[in-house]
Design a protein around this ligand. Structure first.
Ligand SMILES: [Fe+2]
Length: 447
């Protein structure tokens, strides 16, 4: 018989396991999110003294023939030499550089003239320490908006800087130049090249005192762990979906199965009641034996499905009475040996009928063996140790119902007499374990 309960139990255990997996996954994922957020929000720093290859800053003269020149008309009364410098920032990390800025500390007199593609944040300090600060796009400005010190050498803007001043280069964040966010070298570029022009008397400005501030960015679903989540969460969802479908199918199957069981049970009751109807004294006998048998089965710890089997089988245990003439069943006095032999055949005749119920073989065992005795002196086969459990249960329930009801030839027994009969015959007629269980039941409730 198909055990729907074991399937439901498997579904329940699977659901608990899957829930556990989800909780662990969620916990690890939340931890991963916290870790990634901390990674992304961390401001990192590189100076010329830093020992790291995560990001490399290289500031050098561009070096082509037209990249340096001398300017006489400076408006300052002395000549200046101009030079184009390149800032090359390389992102050697495995992550996107989401933001960065480069501070250059000035150590000598020089003039900032131009810069691209980002903006320069200029900090100038006066003799008394007062500060002038302004962020300027040197490719697109209006001199009237300048709040910092500057001079004009012809058309050239000259922003004076001296030792102690500093500038901060903020990269172009329009996304056009690719300066920010800056890809990893593992991707397409991984490198930002920014240009700027400085004037000085010598023509060489020292840019070896700088600080690069930057942040790196990781997606929640990048890296080994992130990619694992991309696989695990959908897999978990598919497993839950599958489990849900199996659960729905099992519920539908169970409904159909229970309906069939009810139909089968009703059919058994009908057959059992029909067999009992030949004899006035037997009326309701099979139903009561079925009830007591189920009580014993439950007390033995059998599962619900097995208890149902015991109940149904007990209902049919006397189906063979259909072949016993009614006058023998209703006879008030002692049966002759010939009559008794006919009565005994209700077991084998009943078993022949029950054999037609091919899907439920336990019925045959119950019908055929419920008059076997524990000591081997029963009928029809004189079985002993190999009496099926279901038949041993029915034998005790059958005897109780016989003793607790009137018969044509005797009055019903009182409870104490029944107890004595069971005690006297346990180990001979009845299985002592079943008798023990039934005596417990008798002691606990009114049957
Ligand atoms: Fe019987």
């Amino acid at each position: 018989m198909f055990r729907i309960n074991s399937i439901k139990k498997t579904i329940k255990v699977s659901a608990i396991i899957l829930t556990g997996i989800f909780v662990v996954l969620l916990g690890v994922f939340i931890g991963h999110i916290v870790s990634v957020n901390r990674f992304n929000s961390q401001t990192r720093q590189i100076t010329p003294e830093s020992i790291t290859t995560e990001a490399i800053v290289d500031i050098h003269p561009r070096g082509q023939a037209t990249d340096s020149w001398m300017k006489e008309n400076t408006g300052l009364g002395y000549k200046l030499n101009a030079k184009i410098y390149e800032l090359v920032l390389t992102n050697n990390s495995l992550s996107l550089m989401s933001d960065w800025s480069l501070r250059i500390n000035i150590h000598e007199e020089c003039f900032l003239n131009n810069g691209w593609c980002g903006k320069f944040e200029v900090h100038q300090f006066g003799e008394n320490g007062e500060e002038k600060q302004q962020t300027v796009d040197l490719r697109d400005y209006n001199v009237n908006d300048l709040e910092i010190d500057y001079t004009l050498g012809g058309q050239d803007l000259l922003i004076p800087l001296k030792s102690g001043d500093y500038v901060i280069y903020h990269p172009d964040d329009s996304g056009v130049s690719g300066e920010v966010p800056l890809k990893s070298t593992g991707d397409f570029s991984g490198m930002a090249v920014c240009g700027f022009i400085f004037y000085s008397r010598s023509g060489n400005v020292d840019f070896m005192d700088y600080v690069l501030d930057y942040k790196l960015y990781q997606s929640y679903f990048s890296g080994r762990l992130g990619r694992l989540f991309i696989v695990m969460f959908p897999l978990w969802g598919i497993a839950m979906l599958f489990l849900g479908m199996v659960f729905m199918l099992s519920v539908r199957y169970e409904e159909r199965f229970l309906a069939q069981e009810r139909l089968l049970g009703d059919t058994f009751k009908l057959c059992g009641d029909l067999a009992d109807s030949k004899d006035y004294y037997s009326k309701g006998h099979s139903g009561r034996v079925a009830k007591y048998s189920r009580m014993i089965a439950e007390r033995l710890g059998m599962d619900k499905s097995d208890c149902d089997q015991v109940y149904n089988a007990a209902y049919l245990h006397n189906i063979g009475n259909s072949f016993v003439p009614a006058q023998i069943l209703r006879k008030g006095g002692k049966l002759t040996s010939e009559e008794y032999e006919i009565v005994k055949k209700h077991t084998t005749k009943g078993a022949e009928i029950a054999k037609e119920l091919k899907g439920i073989p336990y019925i045959v065992a119950a019908v055929n063996c419920h008059h076997e005795r524990y000591d081997g002196t029963g009928y029809p086969e004189g079985r002993k140790e190999d009496i099926p459990l279901i038949a041993r249960i029915i034998a005790v329930a059958d005897a109780y119902d016989a003793m607790s009801n009137d018969r044509p030839y005797r009055q019903k027994f009182i409870k104490e007499q029944i107890r004595e009969e069971f005690i006297k015959n346990r180990g001979t007629q009845f299985d002592p374990k079943i008798v023990g269980v039934f005596l417990d039941i008798m002691g606990e409730r009114e049957l």
